[in-house]
Design a binder for this molecule. Sequence first.
Ligand SMILES: NC(=O)c1ccc[n+]([C@@H]2O[C@H](COP(=O)([O-])OP(=O)(O)OC[C@H]3O[C@@H](n4cnc5c(N)ncnc54)[C@H](O)[C@@H]3O)[C@@H](O)[C@H]2O)c1
Ligand SMILES: O=C(O)C[C@H](O)C(=O)O
Length: 341
Amino acid sequence: MFRSMLVRSSSSAKQWLLGRSFSSGSVPERKVAILGAAGGIGQPLALLMKLNPLVSTLSLYDIANTPGVAADVGHINTRAEVVGYTGDDNLYKALEGADLVIIPAGVPRMPGMTRDDLFNINAAIVKTLSSAIAKYCPHALVNMISNPVNSTVPIAAEIFKKACMYDEKKLFGVTTLDVVRAKTFFAANANLPVADVNVPVIGGHAGVTILPLFSQATPQANLSGDVLTALTKRTQDGGTEVVEAKAGRGSATLSMAYAGALFADACLKGLNGVPDVVECSYVQSTITELPFFASKVRLGKNGVEEVLDLGPLSDFEKEGLEALKPELKSSIEKGVKFVKQ
Ligand SMILES: NC(=O)c1ccc[n+]([C@@H]2O[C@H](COP(=O)([O-])OP(=O)(O)OC[C@H]3O[C@@H](n4cnc5c(N)ncnc54)[C@H](O)[C@@H]3O)[C@@H](O)[C@H]2O)c1
Ligand SMILES: O=C(O)C[C@H](O)C(=O)O
């Protein structure tokens, strides 16, 4: 019984990962680097990327413990060749030739902290890693997971501008976990099969800047205003819910690894020319007055192909959108100032 469940779920996982356009014989070579690969997110993310047949080289980098993670993941009999690096002197080897760099390097929250409380430590880490990306793999797509995402993405953008290689189509703040949570909470309340549910989440990735658009959820469900308000709040506080449950042992790692793997898979499909790959992400944007904003994005061979319009919002969502702008604006400015000062 357990064995047959395992077989079924592994074949559907393969379908999820394989994409639509390739037979296993014609999949292009793609190098994916994970920076922070030995951490709470990095390890399960390395596992999930090792299972992704779109990856030909999986390059794992961390300041500590990478050899063990690389040896362990490397024994899995899937396509990707695994290489592990540690130490400043080897960062270039981890990055050279990368098509996609995923960054979960940095410290996580403890109970009572906001994501912005991580700024001082993580901004410096992201600055160092972004400078190395600019030098060693300037054409790679970058998936930023390190918090505070609302500021770390503008930091990376400023570093890339300084290095004269900034391409706004290639820099992404990973907000997929907000979408994953919104889908889970909505499906449970609406009594819908979660696999059928989609919910766009816009804005940013911290507290009120996370704005799920339940008015655009598919399939639609007839939930009351009070329920939608509660679902919005739960999605906004999802990270804090995990931080409190972990009680001093960090923040979301497993659900984040899943979300990070989903988003990386979408980026790889886009790079490989699979049509109509659309995910929410925090990117450089002109759809509001803010220079960075999370919304639905169409992914293509060069990264962002199109930032999609927000679509019609309910009055509640319109209020949420106006309410999030001051915080998001100041987080963006804080990131920009960190590099420019
Ligand atoms: N975007 C999101 O939705 C989301 C979700 C969850 C967590 N996060 C963030 O992801 C980050 C990592 O969380 P975690 O739980 O994996 O933390 P963790 O402490 O378990 O792991 C972080 C890893 O980064 C490594 N690291 C530190 N400095 C580095 C550097 N200069 N180069 C390479 N590696 C370095 C550490 O050695 C460690 O292995 C945190 O900032 C957290 O807030 C973001
Ligand atoms: O909440 C955190 O600090 C981690 C992450 O941003 C999350 O949403 O789980």
